[in-house]
Design a protein around this ligand. Structure first.
Ligand SMILES: [Zn+2]
Length: 247
């Protein structure tokens, strides 16, 4: 019997038929997985809870010749706090878009699954500023995909970063004042932003979310992350713009 067990987060649901849906799961071993969840929209279905958007569940799938089918699922974490909060939900949906675009089927994604799971925990269970949580995810996610900017020394000459420095989108690194060039559009960054970049890129997973930023630094970090991500993934993501309409 081609049965497969996997833990994963539901990152997309599409309703089909009267009470079915097709869900996309981010799993560690198999990357992005699609499966049909029959009758799962019926409240009494044993698949109802575990196939909700953002739910982390243990799945047993039956892999036939075409689309896989969910045999059973046991929700470990439902993250209902996120689904019930429009701001948190918008940030989570944006992160999901990044994952849907960047992770393929059968692409081992253990680190990204862990990162997203940790991110959802912080977003759901703590009062940490959702924007900071999102920036941490964005940059660490890009690093996991192989797009980490160099932030330990000047990326051009290798000098220690002291005094003034800038972020270079062209060179994908932080630069010392001597290597900074206005013509290349390098952006001067605050010491707090460099510290945050280093923390996000180099800290151990357990410590990743253990810092706070004042609003000015968070704003600057946001601009750097946003542009860097757009250039690396070559796409404009618009979901977060919705949050401005709530302010
Ligand atoms: Zn330099």
């Amino acid at each position: 019997m081609p049965l497969m067990k996997t833990g994963g987060i539901v990152i997309k649901t599409v309703n089909t038929g009267e009470s079915d849906k097709i869900i996309t799961i981010l799993s560690g071993e198999h990357g992005k997985l699609q499966a049909s969840a029959r009758a799962s929209r019926r409240p009494k279905s044993r698949l109802f809870a575990g196939t909700q958007f953002l739910c982390y569940s243990d799945f047993v799938l039956y892999k036939g010749r075409s689309l896989a089918t969910i045999n059973s699922c046991e929700p470990t974490e439902t993250f209902y706090e996120i689904r019930n909060d429009i701001v948190r939900l918008t940030y989570a949906s944006y992160m999901v878009d990044l994952i849907l675009d960047s992770i393929q089927e059968e692409q081992p994604s253990e680190k990204i699954l862990k990162l997203f799971l940790n991110t959802l925990h912080i977003l759901a269970k703590t009062d940490k500023t959702p924007e900071l949580v999102c920036r941490i995810f964005e940059l660490r996610f890009l690093a996991e995909l192989g797009f980490a900017p160099a932030a330990d020394f000047c990326g051009v000459c290798g000098r220690d970063l002291e005094g003034e420095y800038s972020f270079s989108f062209k060179n994908e690194c932080v630069l010392c004042s001597e290597c900074t060039s206005c013509e290349n559009g390098d952006s001067r960054i605050l010491p707090g932003t460099l510290k945050a970049l280093r923390h996000i890129l180099y800290s151990k997973p357990d410590n990743l979310f253990r810092f706070e930023l004042d609003p000015k630094v968070l704003n600057e970090l946001g601009k750097v992350c946003d542009r860097f991500l757009r250039e690396k993934l070559e796409k404009d993501y618009k979901k977060l713009q919705f949050l401005k309409t709530l302010e």
